[in-house]
Design a protein around this ligand. Structure first.
Ligand SMILES: [Zn+2]
Length: 79
């Protein structure tokens, strides 16, 4: 992954967040913090968001493909 692809990955996260309404009030989520978490060995990018209308917190987690540079094992996980 080159820098351009990393930027696209980060950008796509924001697109997903921006297109996800609050499940309580339908408001927009604002990004509160961004961090990494290792879930059973797999790095995940955790983005904590807070609804701008009601303050409801929601965690978005994304696989962080750029943590493991090409290691030979191709893993395609769609969910
Ligand atoms: Zn809300």
């Amino acid at each position: 992954m080159n820098l351009n692809e990393v930027m696209k990955f980060v950008e796509s996260e924001y697109i997903i967040i921006n297109n996800t309404p609050c499940e309580l009030c339908g408001g927009n989520f604002l990004t509160e913090s961004v961090g990494l978490r290792f879930d059973s060995g797999k790095p995940e990018n955790i983005t904590l968001c807070i609804c701008e209308d009601c303050g409801h917190e929601r965690e978005f987690s994304f696989r962080a493909p750029f943590i493991h540079p090409m290691s030979g094992e191709q893993q395609e996980e769609l969910n």
